[in-house]
Design a protein around this ligand. Structure first.
Ligand code: 5GP
Ligand code: ZN
Length: 112
């Protein structure tokens, strides 16, 4: 989609520090990390929230969790991490292309 920063990263038009990629998803470092390790896992197809899931997108997202479970421990997250999806502006979503935040590399608190 035009004007989507994550679509541009996926297309290679904006540089990013990629740590994993396959046909369906890309995982790269957040440009403004809020934890010692802060990764973003982004499906390559553009849509905004889980309200727009269809069967294909849901399967891709499910496989993304499966893949992350295998890959993340080898990326410095072996002691635990948190996966967050901000859905909509009130929840703090600033990029309208669905993405999972992967937060870790340190002890995490809990709260809103
Ligand atoms: P949201 O607030 O939509 O849940 O998260 C968007 C995230 O994307 C933010 O944590 C922000 O730092 C990150 N971000 C925004 N623009 C870029 C960029 O150009 N490159 C990278 N690597 N991360 C970005
Ligand atoms: Zn996009």
């Amino acid at each position: 989609m035009d004007n989507c920063v994550f679509c541009k990263i996926i297309a290679g038009e904006i540089p990013s520090r990629k740590v994993y990629e396959n046909e369906e998803i890309v995982v790269f470092e957040d440009i403004e990390p809020i934890t010692r390790i802060h990764l973003l896992c982004v499906p390559k197809e553009h849509y905004k929230t889980i309200a727009e899931l269809n069967e294909f997108r849901a399967e891709t997202l499910g496989r993304a969790f499966y893949t992350l479970g295998k890959v993340l421990p080898s990326l410095g997250l072996q002691d635990g991490y948190r996966i967050v999806i901000n859905q909509g502006e009130q929840a703090g979503q600033t990029v309208p292309h669905l993405h999972l935040h992967i937060l870790g590399g340190e002890k995490l608190g809990w709260g809103k």
